[in-house]
Write a protein of this length. Structure first.
Length: 394
């Protein structure tokens, strides 16, 4: 059985083709700069990389270009059995993955209130794919879904209750598919049922979030109503005193749009370091001790993560494992080491630095066998998780 997964952004369309018998990715890639000049599609098909320059007016043209490439190669004589769509925000109602019909598509569009950049783009991808594959199930997988199990005291903000009800203001959390996937893999790695484990999953990438996963359920997470809350990210600020926003708006004469641009695009790793939003460049300078702002940036990130781990240990009354994932979590041994060293006494953590530093792929424990709390690195695979959900409806 072949499953196609799609992740539509406002000017991009990511795809993955997964063979569900082997769970191997046969092809993946992205169409970028849709609706703009200098568009292109790049892909890896059965290990071979390729790219074409192509201006695409809309997502339909992008999907056509992608499918043409796939029909000539991995989909020759094979049909797509179902399509899994990543949807950023499921709002208060959507939890489990769901087969999309017209009413659900409309609801996804209406949830643009919560995710103005993402949900309309996701809906556009869904419409395009439904027109191209009208006979197969299209399954929406919501980024917020895994966090539906949070108790009310974890998702309630300290704002007027009626205002929150009226506007749907609460913590929703994101990266749910990733947190669920790596928590499950952590249990497998530890050889224990997930129902017996308390895990803190640290998804550290361009966007970052931490989740407390108790007995397989998310009970708290660092992102909130929007993916701005929590630790510092590539260009997003993470937590700031709300009073700061009021001060900046007043002193700099900014409206909501101007303030939003600072919080979303000019803050985080880029804002503090002044070097880049890409962690690799900052990490290199941190390691080489060539920039004190690079050190500061990485320590602000590390300190933010370690405070969440401490808080979630309190929330779950202990932890069995800390799991790192995503671009920085999987590839940043220095940051993992910085965090774990500071937690050594509290959680009895002992890191095997040789394993931590080794440039390895795959699920691995980086703690020693006698570490009281385990520490794991698990590559996330949101596409496979989405494909598994979609295949259930095929
Ligand atoms: P993601 O959003 O999961 O793709 O993660 C992107 C982030 O991961 C960027 O900040 C990258 O700089 C970072 N990243 C990717 N590879 C590495 C690496 N080898 N070492 C450190 N950071 C990395």
């Amino acid at each position: 059985m072949i499953i196609l997964t799609l992740n539509a952004g406002s000017s991009s369309l990511k795809f993955n083709v997964i063979n569900m018998v082997t769970e191997a990715s046969l092809a993946d890639g992205i169409a970028e700069r849709i609706g703009l000049a200098e568009g292109f599609v790049r892909w890896t098909i059965q290990g071979e990389k390729g790219r074409i320059e192509l201006d695409m007016q809309d997502h339909k043209e992008a999907l056509n270009a992608i499918m043409e490439k796939l029909h000539d190669t991995v989909l020759k004589g094979e049909d797509v059995a179902a399509v899994g769509h990543r949807v950023a925000h499921g709002g208060p109602n959507f939890g489990d993955p769901i087969v999309i019909n017209q009413a659900i598509l409309q609801e996804i569009e209406e949830l643009a209130f919560y995710a103005p950049l993402h949900n309309p783009a996701n809906a556009m991808g869904i419409k395009t794919a439904m027109a191209m594959f009208p006979k197969v199930p299209h399954v929406a997988v919501f980024d917020t879904a895994f966090h539906h199990s949070m108790p009310d005291y974890a998702y309630t903000y300290g704002l007027p209750y009626d205002l929150c009800k009226k506007l749907g203001l609460r913590r929703y959390g994101f990266h749910g598919t990733s947190h669920r996937f790596v928590a499950d893999r952590t249990a497998t790695l530890l050889g224990k049922p997930i129902e017996k484990l308390k895990i803190v999953t640290c998804h550290l990438g361009n966007g970052s979030s931490i989740a407390a996963v108790a007995r397989g359920k998310s009970i708290d997470t660092s992102m909130g109503l929007t993916p701005l809350e929590g630790v510092i990210m590539g260009t997003r600020s993470g937590n700031v005193d709300p009073g700061v926003l009021i001060t900046v708006m007043e002193k700099e004469g900014l409206d909501a749009k101007g303030m939003n641009a600072i919080l979303q695009k000019q803050s985080g790793l880029l804002g503090i370091s002044g070097i880049s939003s890409d962690c690799r460049e900052i990490e290199t300078q941190w390691e080489a001790k060539t920039s004190d702002r690079a050190r500061l940036t990485m320590e602000v990130l590390g300190y933010g993560v370690l405070k969440y781990i401490g808080a979630y240990a309190a929330a779950m009354d202990g932890i069995d494992c800390i799991t790192f994932t995503a671009g920085i979590g999987e590839n940043g041994p220095m940051l993992r080491s910085w965090i774990c060293t500071r937690l050594a006494n509290l959680f009895g953590i002992q890191i095997d630095e040789k394993i931590n530093q080794a440039r390895r792929k795959g699920d691995r424990l980086i703690s020693t066998p006698d570490s009281r709390t385990a520490v794991a690195v698990i590559p996330t695979n949101e596409e496979l998780a989405m494909a598994r959900f979609a295949s259930k409806f095929a």
